[in-house]
Design a binder for this molecule. Structure first.
Ligand code: PBG
Length: 322
């Protein structure tokens, strides 16, 4: 007997394929990362990330409006301060670049756009590490206080959500208590819970000028070989009060996204990072693949693995195509 089951029957037309499609990316899943730089007058192209820019403060209202018009629900802000120092003091300055950027965007679009802030010290420290450095070591506990201060200053400026990306132990708990004490109990926390020490952050570090001046981040970010450990990280962050947990990067860690979603059934985000973006853009520029199809396939794969939310530099293009 010829097979009664013919898998190809369901693939016959786009109508049938769309009827049985299991995972589909929607605009509502996307968060767009933005770099805002202090002290520049006009936007600057980021060489390793074609199509992405460091924006001046004055360009943010237009940017916010554009994102709302595209139907993108949220933005995550990264600040590049004019001055860096050993303690990253511009990270928690009340009139720091991110604090002003949040206020600027909120003044334009209010509730129409979720404004999320990356909470970390590496863009603000002269040594480029994510915490306080002493004797060549990145200290955990003294860093927590500064991260909490940073998160509170973002919330006070109007951020809807803070996203700690430093990978210090105990930071979600420290940030949650500080926010609550400051009367910001409605501010959400999206923790970079399983963040790997990855080579795929290269273009971001060029964009933000946050390459560590000595050593690397392997003493605090996760080892790429581990996924049981990712579950332990996520469990801790959820216990400490994270509302959303993130896996980062996304593409080389689809199995981790899958495990995290299945184990905890919590809102799960994945960060399609700068290096992943650069690969697709470079291939498209060289004519090795169709950009739109590569982007949509990448985003669909991240969704299929279990992500509810995708942070991606492709967000504007994807929203335009969807
Ligand atoms: C800050 C931070 C980084 C990224 C997000 N937050 C850089 C790093 O950890 O070195 C990377 C994002 C990207 O590559 O797109 N700690």
């Amino acid at each position: 007997m010829f097979p009664a089951k013919r898998m190809r029957r369901l693939r016959k037309s786009e109508r049938l394929r769309s009827l049985v499609r299991e995972a589909e990316v929607t605009k509502g899943d996307l968060i767009y990362p933005i770099f805002v730089q202090e002290g520049i007058g006009r936007r600057e192209a980021i060489a390793a990330m074609p199509g992405q820019y460091r924006l001046p403060l004055g360009g943010l209202r237009k940017e916010a409006r554009e994102l709302v018009d595209l139907g993108i629900p949220g933005v995550i802000l990264f600040g590049i301060p004019a001055r860096k120092d050993a303690k990253g003091s511009q990270a928690y300055a009340p009139r720091g670049i991110v604090q002003r950027a949040v206020a600027e965007m909120k003044a334009e679009v209010g509730e129409d756009l979720l404004v999320i802030t990356d909470v970390c010290l590496c863009e603000y420290t002269s040594h480029g590490h994510c915490g306080i450095v002493k004797g060549g070591k990145v200290l955990n506990d003294p860093t927590l206080e500064l991260l909490a201060k940073t998160a509170v200053s973002h919330a006070k400026a109007g951020a809807d959500m803070v996203a700690p990306s430093d990978m210090m132990d105990g930071r979600v708990g420290a940030i949650r208590s500080a926010l609550d004490e400051a009367g910001c109990e409605e501010t959400l926390i999206m923790s970079y819970a399983a963040k790997y020490a990855s080579a795929f952050y290269g273009p971001f570090r060029e964009a933000a000028g946050s390459v560590p001046s000595f050593g690397d981040r392997k003493g605090y970010q996760m080892d790429p070989g581990n996924s049981d450990e990712a579950l332990r990280e996520v469990l801790l962050d959820l216990e400490e009060g994270a509302d959303i947990v993130m896996v980062k990067p996304a593409l080389a860690y689809l199995d981790v996204i899958y495990r995290v979603k299945n184990e905890f059934l919590a809102p799960t985000a994945a960060y399609n990072v700068s290096g992943e973006y650069a690969i697709v853009k470079a291939a498209a520029e060289k004519g090795y693949g169709d950009e739109k199809r590569m982007v949509m396939e990448v985003l669909t794969a991240i969704k299929r693995a279990g992500a509810d939310i995708i942070l991606t530099y492709h967000a504007k293009d994807a929203a335009g195509w969807l």
